[in-house]
Design a protein around this ligand. Structure first.
Ligand code: ADP
Ligand code: 5GP
Length: 217
């Protein structure tokens, strides 16, 4: 991280939510590939790993007992039951990352988003809702991902109506039709958010320097 005037006091908490299959994980990976100032919040879940998923990279795969212990010890920034499994975002890595000026990217459902916004870190939140171009396309993406059973897919499709109903609670809404164009839109949103005055406390010192230069002319 550079030490110039654009370094933020605290990083942003960037929340991506969408109905399952709309493309959050794909987009999160793409953001990560160009944004060196961004780290993922790795959630803990009681869901079983999908083929290819790695513990500590995609999720922390833990038992229900461990999950409930972490919740009662206040170790989770937010937590929720989604599709019959428990998911939560561990608090400690988020605090340490934003204190160092890193942005933290969350892939959480609407319940998680509401809890993070209502937490003491709410003022640092940038929330983005991803919509699929159509429900037919959403189903086809869930199927083409080829990682869930037919039963799991129909359960997720049934829940997508509820998830989509929360779109007005987000700062930005983006339809993920063409993935490259969506990625560009996310880049624009994140870049603009970083340039907010409230995100650039170092700018005061920078402008003072400009004024000093005037004095030396
Ligand atoms: P989510 O994380 O929201 O559940 P994923 O990122 O896993 O969704 O995407 C679901 C499937 O759709 C994956 O196979 C992914 O490659 C594909 N996908 C994502 N975005 C697009 C897009 N814009 N166009 C076509 N397919 C996409
Ligand atoms: P999946 O099982 O497909 O990885 O995720 C299912 C849903 O759980 C997605 O909507 C995802 O955003 C949500 N999810 C993943 N991690 C968390 C988390 O830590 N907290 C909350 N509230 N939702 C999560």
């Amino acid at each position: 991280m550079s030490n110039n005037h654009q370094v933020n006091e605290k990083g942003l908490l960037i929340i991506l939510s969408s109905p399952s299959g709309a493309g959050k994980s794909t987009l999160a990976q793409r953001i990560k590939s160009w944004d060196e100032n961004c780290v993922f919040s790795i959630s803990a879940t009681t869901r079983k790993p999908r083929e290819g998923e790695q513990d500590g990279k995609d999720y922390y795969f833990i038992s229900e007992q461990e999950f409930h212990e972490k919740v009662s010890n206040d170790e989770m920034l937010e937590h929720a039951e989604v599709f019959g499994n428990f998911y939560g975002s561990p608090m400690a890595p988020v605090l340490s990352s934003i204190d160092q000026g890193y942005d933290v990217l969350f892939d959480v459902d609407w319940q998680g988003s509401q809890q993070i916004k209502n937490s003491s870190l709410g003022k640092y939140v940038l929330s983005i809702f991803i919509l699929p171009p159509s429900i037919k396309e959403l189903e086809s993406r869930l199927k083409s991902r080829n990682k869930d059973s037919d039963e799991v897919i129909s359960n997720r499709m049934a829940k997508s109506v509820e998830e989509i109903s929360h779109w007005p609670e987000y700062d930005y809404v983006v339809v993920n039709d063409d993935v490259d164009k969506t990625e560009e839109k996310l880049k624009t949103i994140i870049t603009a958010e970083r340039l907010r005055l409230s995100q650039q406390p170092g700018i005061v010192r920078f402008v003072r320097g400009l004024n000093n230069e005037f004095g030396e002319l």
